[in-house]
Design a protein around this ligand. Structure first.
Ligand SMILES: Cc1cc2nc3c(=O)[nH]c(=O)nc-3n(C[C@H](O)[C@H](O)[C@H](O)COP(=O)(O)O)c2cc1C
Length: 183
């Protein structure tokens, strides 16, 4: 897919099935994340890949956390099913590095750029996915399971796989006129 076409017309895909990116394709996705803009070359990110048994462990983690929180049956089931909606989830953690010149917010943006770059790399290779967050990113049990230090942040769960729905309508770039001005 042409790079500009991909950037201008891309859409996320929430209905995902196997196969997930693997081998060289997955490595390209990780490499794209590693090339996110990075002030001070701090590489302030970690990528944790879950697939197969890893997704089951992820599901069990959320189920246990929901039960611990005293959630009702419906919420427990929703939590249990959440990680099973794709054949692969890459959890992206902004891994803050102490720096006199690069504040935490910049490092978080870098990690966010890594999410976008990885999603675009998936798309460029015939896969797709969706960037999700939600309350689980902040949950103590989840943070602990993903080995987050006090200054680390889970910035995204990037669900990846093979899209199950085709974009049916012609894709028209969003009207940018009200978002742009000249200084
Ligand atoms: C930081 C961030 C967090 C997001 N969290 C969620 C989420 O938890 N659930 C969700 O359905 N979409 C979430 N989204 C939005 C989707 O990734 C996606 O952009 C949205 O569904 C619109 O689709 P599109 O990308 O095709 O325009 C998030 C986006 C960003 C940038």
């Amino acid at each position: 897919m042409d790079a500009l076409d991909l950037l201008v017309n891309r859409r996320s895909a929430s209905r995902l099935a196997a196969p997930a990116p693997s081998g060289k394709v997955l490595q390209n996705i990780i490499n794209a994340g590693m090339r996110a803009p990075d002030h001070g070359a701090l590489q302030p990110w970690r990528f944790v890949i879950a697939e197969n048994d890893g997704l089951v462990r992820f599901s069990e983690l959320l189920r246990a956390a929901a039960i611990n929180d005293g959630a009702d049956e419906k919420a427990i089931e929703k939590a249990t099913q959440a990680p099973l909606r794709a054949p692969q989830i890459i959890t992206v953690i902004a891994a803050y590095k102490e720096s006199p010149k690069v504040p935490q917010w910049e490092q978080m943006l870098s990690a966010g750029c890594a999410v976008q770059a990885m999603q675009m790399a998936a798309l460029a290779q015939g896969f797709n996915g969706i960037w999700r967050t939600g309350a689980w990113t902040e949950h103590a049990d989840v943070r602990q399971a993903f080995k987050c230090g006090p200054n680390d942040r889970i910035v995204g769960f990037l669900y990846l796989g093979t899209p199950q729905l085709k974009s049916s309508t012609q894709i028209i770039p969003a009207d940018s006129s009200s978002f742009v001005s000249y200084f």
